[in-house]
Design a protein around this ligand. Structure first.
Ligand code: OSB
Ligand code: MG
Length: 369
């Protein structure tokens, strides 16, 4: 495949409401949109890195530099042998920077699939036309505010609620949501590494609320801690930040550090590694679900396709566009009976609204290939 140009475009899009996690509060999504141009196609992707390195060590300004100065030159060195499948190998000598690598690989894959007239879902092996949607609900100022937000999401049809938790905002919000919305509600929590093993007894107090899972309670590098915690609480442990590769997934599962995995293509370097994690987990009988990084429609389209694979058996954080943005960068993803439709067109299967994109663009860097 012959690439002519790669455009890196920084955009800022306001969130419909602030999103607070144990590591910080976002009121807008800053994102780098990657556009790969070939003779016959245009490929799109977004870099999920945040402006500050709080979720992981990656951050957006660093990511732009890594893409420009360290990743793209390695792809240029491949010459005509460049394919999406060869991207990960070519950039492997660069340590870390999974989100930057994922953005490049995904944009190239999108262009490649468009040239071949194949959809992401078809390429990855999706077996569903629609995927069940959950929603990730941020930490709020009060329980009343939380209950009102959850009620609104349930009214819209979301099939599963995930509450962000941290020390001081855990048992009470979970109890309140469980009491108000009943035991049938699919409910889970995400701590984003906010606890330590010393909190095991406290976390065990979540057990009576029959949560689907607790996501990433401990530090990302504390697999043994998670394995230990798993023996001391009944709520299944799901890992997010800890799992950066299929090898990590195999290690974590073997150690007993998790019994469920949140698969985020951005966190693991792209959709090819994400699919390998899906496969490793399936081989171990470990269910997975598709996480998110507040993606625009560009990233969401590919995530929804991934969530169509057979072992994505739990509803994902793949919410409708309106959960995040007043105006998305693509036609909005909308809930249909609590589900999102897997795009069927070539590549990511959605058109980028270039006028909208232009309106939210802060800067553009063109890299002739
Ligand atoms: O930990 O899953 C997370 C958003 C940004 C960074 C980390 C996380 C999240 C979410 C929201 O929980 C997922 C989404 O709706 O895209
Ligand atoms: Mg998470």
């Amino acid at each position: 495949m012959k690439i002519e140009n790669i455009e890196l475009r920084r955009v800022h899009i306001p969130l419909v409401r602030p999103f607070r996690t144990s590591f910080g509060t976002s009121t807008e999504r800053a994102v780098t949109i990657v556009r790969v141009t070939t003779a016959d196609a245009e490929g799109w992707a977004e870099c999920a890195a945040d402006t500050s390195p709080l979720y992981s060590s990656e951050f957006l300004d660093g990511s732009d530099l890594v893409i420009r100065d360290h990743l793209i030159p390695r792809l240029q060195a491949l010459g005509d042998r460049l394919t999406a499948e060869r991207v990960a190998g070519a950039v492997e000598p660069v340590k870390g920077h999974a989100m930057s690598k994922a953005a490049l690989e995904t944009a190239i894959l999108d262009a490649q699939l468009k040239e071949a007239d194949i959809s992401f879902g078809g390429y990855l092996g999706a077996v569903r036309d629609t995927v069940p949607a959950g929603v990730s609900v941020g930490i709020m100022d009060s329980i009343d505010e939380l209950l009102e937000a959850v009620a609104g999401y349930l009214e819209e049809g979301y099939l599963r609620i995930k509450l962000k938790i941290e020390p001081g905002w855990d048992l009470e919000p979970v109890r309140a949501v469980r009491e108000r919305f009943g035991e049938e509600l699919l409910l889970q929590v995400d701590a984003n590494t906010a606890y330590t093993l010393a909190d095991a007894r406290h976390l065990a107090r979540l057990d009576p609320f029959d949560l689907l899972l607790v996501e990433q309670p401990l530090k990302e590098d504390d697999l043994l801690g998670h394995a230990n915690l798993a023996k001391r609480i009944r709520t299944p442990i799901c890992l997010d930040e800890s799992i950066e590769s299929a090898r990590d997934a195999a290690t974590a599962i073997t150690l007993g550090a998790c019994s469920i995995i949140n698969v985020k293509p951005a966190r693991v370097g792209g959709y090819l590694e994400a699919r390998r994690i899906h496969d490793v987990a399936a081989a171990h009988g470990v269910p997975v679900w598709c996480g998110g990084m507040l993606e625009t429609g560009i990233g969401r389209a590919a995530n929804v396709a991934l969530a169509g694979l057979p072992n994505f058996v739990l509803p994902g954080d793949t919410s409708a566009s309106s959960r995040y943005y007043e105006q998305d960068l693509t036609a909005p993803f909308v809930l249909e009976n609590g589900h999102l439709r897997v795009p069927t067109g070539p590549g990511i299967g959605v058109e980028v609204l270039t006028d909208v994109l232009a309106g939210v663009t802060a800067s553009v860097t063109d890299i002739r290939f």
